[in-house]
Design a binder for this molecule. Structure first.
Ligand code: NOJ
Length: 554
């Protein structure tokens, strides 16, 4: 059955870095409101806001101290209401980030829990006795170190799978669950279209709190071992959906990394817990459990296999949400295109591959301009908590300071968090004050003002891809059509069909700098999109230029 969101295009805003309206160096809601027309022009329908709730910002808002209020650095609830109204007036939908695996240690629940570690609120969290003078078990948190932190003046510890300022909420406690449901419904009643749902697989713990074999010298084990052994998250997700989202027909996109084999349909199938979930297959490629220092590079062929396999796995189940980057990743163009080949042509190729896949496109702010990774010269200049941990891991594993710095430059989440590049004036037009994080030096070459005007820009290429997806003629193929890969015998070639009930399209992308001659299995009638000036032919063969992408009607 067709759903209202199937043919939409979504866009992620990282509010702190998007647009600052009051000159304090921090992006805000009024800044977002002022840019809605820009997003509309691009063709965006659904906007996901990374967290704007009250937060001490230890993990940039993913540590929430009050779910019912807007942090003053982003504005007020009146601004939020205005954003909802202004979005609605433009037929746009707003999603907030739902961060309910954990809250902030400054949330009143946690403060009360610390005040009385035997009382009612301690049971909103996981407070457990230590083993002798050691924590209850040896799990490592995502940001390094033990998941356990001492509850002052007791032999108890509390659990935090992320930073110690992000205590995990106890989803086994019905009182806590009801508080969460109430809060979600409150926001949905206000007019939100739905949520992006943070770290949701983590809400179910393996309550045995047992050790697993240590996998680093710190004597700890990856938290993934716990996730593999925890049973029962599906029941929790079912109840969550029934108590909240379902009642409102809300759109939800899950951040799900570790679903078990064969369970995809439970998440995004016909009666799935979520509308969709992110496809992280390409983000996971080359990543090592040991840390960023151990990540490996990958070839275009490997990238093709990971993307295409995921398309095939999802085909009969539902729709995944396709991304090439987000606020937790380096910039897509820097991650997937070799540095020496990075230019508008290769950026457009990556855009076309991603937007022509079956699924819901989620564009991350600045992706539509081809914004790139930044360069940071000393570890002290990084803001991101994960980056600092990964730098230390690299040093511990024997990297030199220079090597460690290069590694974190490649993978840091701060790459995605530099201010949006609006124009070529000071601070890229993001703020009239001092930006909270340094602007990427390349803002004079890469910015929205010049690209919106330039027909050949990356921005306008995205716009064309979005228009194609929405066009009456080709929507059936691009949104609902089947996916079929072809020509896999060619190296560094991404080729696939998207076939709807009346139209069949083919995408051909030459993922290398050398040209490549292709024998097409079918004749084509029309070129719909091309990132080069022409399509070269040699008899009935096509010669693709380096990084050329074309979309054909076949
Ligand atoms: C995933 C979020 O995307 C990330 O930014 C955050 O650090 C963790 N979850 C913890 O909330």
């Amino acid at each position: 059955m067709k759903k209202w969101w199937h043919d939409k295009v979504a866009y992620q805003i990282y509010p702190k870095s998007f647009c600052d309206s009051n000159g304090d160096g921090i992006g805000d809601l009024r800044g977002i409101i002022s840019k809605l027309d820009y997003l509309k022009k691009l063709g965006v329908d659904i906007i996901w806001l990374s967290p704007i709730y009250c937060s001490p910002m230890v993990d940039q808002g993913y540590d929430i101290s009050d779910y019912y209020n807007i942090d003053s650095q982003f504005g007020t609830m009146e601004d939020m209401d205005e954003l909802l109204r202004e979005a609605k007036a433009r037929n746009m939908y707003i999603l907030m980030d739902l961060v309910v695996n954990h809250c902030s240690d400054k949330h009143e629940w946690f403060k009360k829990a610390l005040e009385d570690p035997e009382g009612e609120y301690a049971d909103y969290f996981y407070f457990r006795e230590g083993k002798g003078n050691k924590p209850p078990c040896n799990w490592r948190s995502y940001f390094g170190g033990s998941v356990w932190e001492k509850v002052p003046n007791t032999n108890k510890y509390y659990l935090h799978v992320f930073a110690k300022e992000q205590p995990d909420l106890n989803w086994e406690n019905p009182k806590l669950k009801n508080e969460i449901y109430k809060m979600i419904n409150w926001w949905l009643e206000k007019g939100l279209a739905g949520f992006r749902i943070d770290a949701i697989i983590n809400i179910k713990k393996d309550l045995r709190f047992q050790d697993f074999p240590a996998d680093r010298e710190d004597g700890l084990c990856s938290i993934d071992r716990m996730l593999e052994s925890a049973e029962g998250v599906l029941d929790m997700l079912k109840e969550l959906k029934e108590e909240t989202f379902e009642k409102f027909g809300a759109f939800t996109v899950g951040e799900v990394f570790n679903e078990k084999e064969g369970e995809l349909y439970k998440f995004i199938g016909k009666d799935g817990y979520f509308s969709t979930m992110f496809d992280f297959e390409m983000e996971m490629l080359g990543k090592s459990e040991k840390g960023w220092y151990d990540n490996r590079t990958f070839t275009p062929n490997e990238l093709r296999t990971s993307i295409f396999d995921s398309q095939i796995k999802t085909a009969d189940v539902g729709f995944k949400a396709n991304i090439i980057e987000n606020h937790d990743e380096p910039r897509g163009v820097s991650n997937y295109i070799p540095k020496e080949d990075l230019n508008d042509k290769s950026k457009k190729m990556l855009a076309a591959i991603s937007l022509m896949l079956r699924g819901i496109p989620f564009i991350y702010q600045g992706q539509e301009l081809g914004m790139t990774n930044t360069k940071i010269n000393s570890v002290e200049e990084f803001d991101d908590i994960a980056t600092i941990d990964q730098y230390n891991v690299a040093i511990k594993e024997g990297c030199s300071k220079e090597e460690a710095l290069e590694i974190v430059n490649n993978y840091s989440r701060d790459n995605a968090r530099t201010p949006f590049q609006w124009d070529d004036i000071e601070n890229a037009g993001f703020t009239t004050g001092t930006p909270w994080i340094k602007v990427n030096k390349n803002y004079k070459e890469i910015n929205a003002a010049s690209q919106v005007e330039n027909e050949d820009s990356v921005f306008n290429f995205y716009k064309k891809l979005i228009n194609l997806r929405k066009s009456e003629e080709f929507k059936d193929a691009v949104v609902y059509g089947t996916f079929e890969s072809v020509l896999e015998n060619y190296d560094n070639l991404f080729a696939f069909y998207r076939e709807g009930s009346s139209k069949k399209l083919m995408l051909l992308a030459n993922y290398q700098k050398e040209e490549q001659t292709i024998e097409l299995p079918k004749l084509y009638s029309k070129v719909l999109l091309n990132n080069c000036d022409e399509v070269k032919h040699e008899k009935d063969k096509i010669i693709l230029q380096g990084y050329q992408v074309i979309i054909l009607v076949v």
